[in-house]
Design a protein around this ligand. Sequence first.
Ligand code: ADP
Ligand code: ZN
Length: 437
Amino acid sequence: MDKSSFFNPEFETLDRKQIEALQLERLKATVAHCYNGSAFYKARFDSIGLKPEDIKTLDDLRRVPFTTKQDLRDTYPFGMASVPLDKCVRLHSSSGTTGNPTVILHTQRDLDQWANAVARCLWMVGCRPDDVFQNTSGYGMFTGGLGFQYGAEKLGMLTVPAAAGNTLRQLKFFKDFNTTVVHAIPSYAARLYEVMVEKGIDPRRDLKLRTLVIGAEPHSEDTRRRIEDMLGVKAYNSFGMSEMCGPGVAFECKEQNGMHIWEDYYIVEIVDPDTLEPVPDGEVGELVLTTINREAMPLLRYRTRDLTRILPGDCPCGRHHKRLDRMKGRSDDMIILKGVNIFPIQIETILMQFKELASDYLITLETLEDNDAMTVDVELSDMFIDDYAALQRLEREITRQLHDEILITPKVRLVPKGSLPKSEGKAVRVKDLRKKY
Ligand code: ADP
Ligand code: ZN
């Protein structure tokens, strides 16, 4: 095996047995650290009579209670720390639309390990020190900013911390600095291309872009392929969340077939969100993560709310770290309409198969004459359709395919390109205006 394709060959090439041995060692240390360092975890363990010594095998992890986002809110801001605050050097906080936000603390070691994980991901998709990396994420509390920044620096690339927004300036930087790698959320990648077209920039001819890192929001395989075609790049899916540091948790390798989750940092479980029992590999359930390489604020069996599955089988890239499938969405994103459970990504998957459609869409749920209904507004691609009958046929065909997928007949409206509201952060795909009784 060619060692140069790995950033941390000693960890990335571990076989399953070695991964599990390392996980057990780190799990035991983490559990003891939490019990001794965090009043929260000590109380949790004591309430069920569990002692750190009771964790003797990886299966024993199932004896540990789950940690939830609510626990983070209840202990806001510092109640879950496992080290004294004077050992911490940074915190990140998620916005939190209801109640307290959540706070994640980091020691210097945590930040170094996080940067290492991000560097490992970027190296895996071919980034090297002679690349120029431009980050279009918001900096500050949002972890996609500083998380990628330190990771890309650790790898040794020249970094362009452009931050979010100001698309014209982003394009100027692409050109002037010969940017080769870009990190952008998928909805913003599409926006970048729109503005390139408006300004007469042909990315293949005028720019050096080669690799795109897209993540932070659910997107379909077709969306990825579209972005690749538009920008003339390879686009790799990146998964992370503030509670697990941020980016760098799981990342696609060059096979573009599932995201390797770094099992020397995390123990993965997929559970049935209702029964909380494990589901077999290959079945979709809620992702539960235990951090085993963190100091300031390790989280044990954290319920992420994200729904995904573990892809069975080995990856040809030589890494045995498990692969997560594309996120299906969060259990809290699930739309329940007329008793039917629907994920926005199911709708996106259908829409993105139509060449006549652009990437932006908006699902509106409203109560019309006491009936709940769904409208899907979707932008037409640049292709100019002035044939009214053709538009109607297209609307009907989209409606039919959506109905086959979600078992509900939405009202589909084709709208001109650029007419749906754009956000600078994660795209807003669902507006729920239903009357709440
Ligand atoms: P917030 O919780 O405020 O959205 P985060 O930035 O921590 O802040 O968001 C993490 C969440 O973003 C994940 O739990 C997941 O739902 C979503 N996410 C992150 N990366 C991806 C990805 N590659 N595909 C789908 N969803 C993702
Ligand atoms: Zn792989």
